[in-house]
Design a protein around this ligand. Structure first.
Ligand code: 2AL
Length: 243
């Protein structure tokens, strides 16, 4: 099985962190191909960053189709471009936020999210509403770490995440923590040990969900709104995305 794990930001070091975490949980027969767009934001911390990054995600899905990928993971917690990506392929496409929310509800009745910057809280809350998980999530919390600090100063970042997760455990009435950034892909075991709660991390959750969907032969539905986009010309710098 060939799973293309797309880091929607352009920071190669973060792609590597994501790749290592994905390979750690992948089944022996699964090949993880981890990629990032050529162009776009180095980190995704706003609606603007997400909108630009989504185009790169879609280009990476097109590239994956040429390589006959069996499934895709969108490894940013805003799940940028998720539904558009599903339109481009029959293969399953799973975002790390939706994957983590789904699995968290299987191990706890309530969870809190610990994400990076406070300004991304609204993005996660919007997804919780859109996906129908708002009733399971007690609170989206921020450790106030810029995304790239996860790469540049990992020990300080981890300590802030531990502090916020401990506050969540003490104050939120939860049974599990969801980690709210692809760059946190390597932190779930250490955080779980430090806090004493199940910690659901989206990259690893999404890899196992894609493996399950492929094994169960559950392809993305081409009946209805996830059908391939109608062929048409695109102009200017997006000409390569047209038919
Ligand atoms: C993210 C993420 O997962 N990757 C990135 O660049 N930004 N999301 C977040 N909330 O920090």
């Amino acid at each position: 099985m060939h799973i293309r794990v797309i880091n929607p930001n352009t920071t190669a070091a973060m792609t590597e962190t994501i790749a290592v975490a994905a390979r750690r949980v992948a089944s022996p027969g699964t090949r993880i191909v981890a990629t990032q767009p050529d162009s776009g934001p180095v980190s995704i911390e706003s609606h603007f960053d997400e909108a630009i990054a989504a185009v790169g995600v879609l280009e990476e899905v097109r590239a994956g189709e040429r390589e006959r990928a069996d499934g895709y993971v969108i490894a940013c917690f805003g799940d940028p471009g998720l539904l558009a990506a599903r339109e481009l392929t029959r293969a399953p496409v799973v975002g790390i936020a939706e994957a983590a929310f789904h699995l968290a509800t299987l191990v706890a009745t309530k969870f809190s999210v610990v994400t990076t910057l406070g300004r991304t809280i609204g993005i996660a809350e919007h997804l919780l509403q859109a996906y129908g998980f708002a009733g399971h999530c007690r609170r989206v919390r921020a450790a106030e770490i810029p995304v790239l600090d996860l790469e540049h100063d990992p020990n300080a970042a981890f300590n802030r995440i531990v502090d916020e997760a401990r506050r969540a455990k003490a104050e939120d009435g939860i049974g599990a923590i969801v980690l709210g950034c692809g760059g946190m892909a390597d932190l779930s075991d250490a955080l779980s040990d430090a806090v004493g709660l199940p910690v659901v991390e989206g990259v690893t959750a999404a890899v196992k969900l894609v493996e399950s969907l492929v094994t169960l032969r559950l392809a993305t539905s081409k009946f209805g709104d996830l059908d391939f986009p109608r062929p048409k010309a695109f102009t200017g710098r997006f000409a390569h995305l047209g038919a």
